[in-house]
Design a protein around this ligand. Structure first.
Ligand code: PEP
Length: 245
């Protein structure tokens, strides 16, 4: 039985004060959510603050990225051991914004996932197709290629201990959501490609998830939770999504 997992990706939003208000509003309601695991991924610079604020609660902390390098002369990078130092449990890798704006390749994403895994973080590996790729019938080819890169670099055992997030690029921050059936089709495809403990791997959906559409997404057999962007900046929405699990 896979527990529902809801992860909030705060992206490059917030401030010390705004984050303190947001996290305290989330923590105040989190105790009422018993069937869903929750995590918050603020900007690197606020990780320690948020980790402190959720200490002793059922909410964990994760990062939005991780360096592929372990340490050394890599200006601006943040290593897995630093994230562990800040009490991170999860590290998102391969978010479409990293792929799109920072040129992250399938290979680099796979290497980051491996680094996270080997360091003791749970990698949240994002996969997703663009609108033109969907419209030209390439969904399985693109998702299959992204997944294959991770499988070759990490191996099946390591993927089985990671989390996968299917995030159609056209649904991120656009207000467009894949229908539950469209998402389920891709989740089922991803699961069919996992060769070790396929039934145990959590596959999250991401793309304009809100409290109003979470339940119908989570009702799908292979949708195990959500990676939430915009709606995670609103405590009531985030808790509403988690409570739908
Ligand atoms: C995301 O950035 O991972 C995401 C799914 O964003 P949104 O929920 O805003 O579409």
């Amino acid at each position: 039985m896979r527990r529902t997992l809801v992860i909030g990706n705060w992206k490059m939003n917030g401030s010390k004060e705004a984050n303190a208000n947001l996290v305290s509003a989330i923590v105040a309601e989190a105790g009422s959510v018993t069937d869903t695991d929750m995590a918050l991924c603020p900007s690197f610079v606020y990780l320690s603050d948020i980790a402190k604020a959720v200490e002793g609660t059922n909410v964990s902390v994760g990062s939005q990225d991780v360096s592929v390098h372990l340490e050394g002369a890599y200006t601006g990078e943040v290593s897995a051991s630093m994230l562990l130092d800040c009490s991170c449990k999860y590290a998102i890798v391969g978010h479409s914004e990293r792929r799109q704006y920072h040129g992250e390749s399938n290979l680099l994403v796979a290497q980051k996932a491996l680094t996270a895994y080997k360091s003791g973080l749970t990698a949240v590996i994002c996969l997703g197709e663009t609108l033109s790729e969907r419209e030209s019938g390439q969904v399985e080819a693109i998702i299959g290629e992204q997944l294959q890169a991770v499988q070759s670099v990490m191996g099946a055992d390591a993927i089985a201990k990671s989390v996968i997030a299917y995030e159609p690029v056209w649904a991120i921050g656009t207000g467009l959501t894949a229908t539950p059936e469209q998402a389920q089709e891709v989740h089922q495809f991803i699961r069919s490609r996992l060769s070790v403990n396929a039934e145990k791997v959590s596959i999250l959906y991401g793309g304009s998830v809100k409290s109003a559409n979470a339940a119908e997404l989570f009702a799908q057999k292979d949708i195990d939770g959500a990676l939430v962007g915009g709606a995670s900046l609103n405590a009531k929405e985030f808790i509403g999504i988690a409570a739908a699990g």
